[in-house]
Design a protein. Structure first.
Length: 224
C-alpha cells in the first residue's frame, strides 16, 4: 500500500493491484500545487472548494460521495455521515468520513480519512469506523478539530497509525495551526517525519502495531 500526501486533506492511496484513489482534491486558492495526479476514483468529504475540486484530478475519475457502501476497483469504501462543525452542521454543513478497505499481502488494511470533521464522533460513529489501521485526521483547527480535539478523537478511535493532515504549512493560504501543536498533544506517541510526501508500507508491518490511544504518528512532507 502506497500513500502520498499532496497537501491539505488530499492523498493518493495506491492499492497492491494498482487501484488509485485520491481524497478531497483542492483548488489553486489553497496554495498547494495543482493539478494532482491521475486516479480512477476520488472521495469527496464535502462540497467546499478545498475538498471537492475533482477538475484538478486528470482523466475522468469517478466521484464517491456520501454515506453507505461504495466500490473503487478492489477497494471497498464505506462512508459515515458526520458534521463539519459542532452544532449539527448548521454552521459549515455536513461531512463524510470515508474508510477504505485496501487488500494488501493477503490482508486488508482499513484506512479512514476524516475529511473536515468538526466534532467528536459519537460512540455509534466510532463503532461504524470499525478497527482502524491508518487514521488520516485534520489537526489544524479553525474549520475542523483543533490539536487538542484531534488528540481526543485519536484516543477514542484507537488506530494503529496516525497521519495528520489539514494543518498550516508554508504553502497553505489558510490560518490553521501547525502540526507541531498536535504532536505536543500526543504525549507518549512516537513521531516519524518522513521528509518526503510518499510512503510505502506493508499490511503486515502496520497490523503488527497495537491499536492504541497513543499510536505512532507518521508526518508526511509537502514538496512544492
Amino acid at each position: 500500500m502506497k500513500l502520498k500526501w499532496y497537501g491539505h486533506a488530499a492523498f493518493m492511496v495506491t492499492a497492491e493491484d494498482g487501484t488509485r484513489i485520491i481524497t478531497d482534491p483542492y483548488n489553486a486558492e489553497v496554495g498547494y500545487r495543482v493539478p494532482l495526479e491521475e486516479a480512477a476514483w476520488v472521495t469527496i468529504s464535502h462540497e467546499h472548494f478545498d475538498h471537492n475540486s475533482i477538475g484538478n484530478v486528470p482523466g475522468t475519475p469517478e466521484a464517491i460521495r456520501g454515506a453507505g457502501s461504495h466500490a473503487a476497483g478492489g477497494v471497498k469504501v464505506t462512508g459515515v455521515a458526520t458534521e463539519h462543525d459542532d452544532v449539527g452542521g448548521s454552521k459549515r454543513g455536513h461531512n463524510t468520513v470515508f474508510c477504505l478497505d485496501v487488500p494488501d499481502g493477503g490482508e486488508v488494511l482499513r484506512l479512514c480519512h476524516l475529511g473536515d470533521l468538526g466534532h467528536q464522533l459519537t460512540a455509534e460513529q466510532v463503532a461504524a469506523l470499525g478497527e482502524v489501521d491508518v487514521l488520516m485526521i485534520p489537526v489544524g483547527g479553525t474549520y475542523t478539530l483543533d490539536p487538542a480535539g484531534a488528540a481526543e478523537q485519536v484516543r477514542a478511535i484507537k488506530p494503529r497509525l496516525v497521519v495528520p493532515m489539514h494543518y498550516k504549512t508554508a504553502a497553505l493560504s489558510f490560518p490553521l495551526k501547525p502540526v507541531d501543536d498536535f504532536i505536543a498533544e500526543m504525549i507518549g506517541s512516537s513521531v516519524e517525519r518522513t521528509g518526503t510526501p510518499s510512503v510505502e508500507r506493508g499490511a503486515a508491518d502496520i497490523k503488527a502495531l497495537p491499536r492504541s490511544e497513543r499510536p505512532p504518528l507518521l508526518v508526511l512532507e509537502y514538496v512544492r
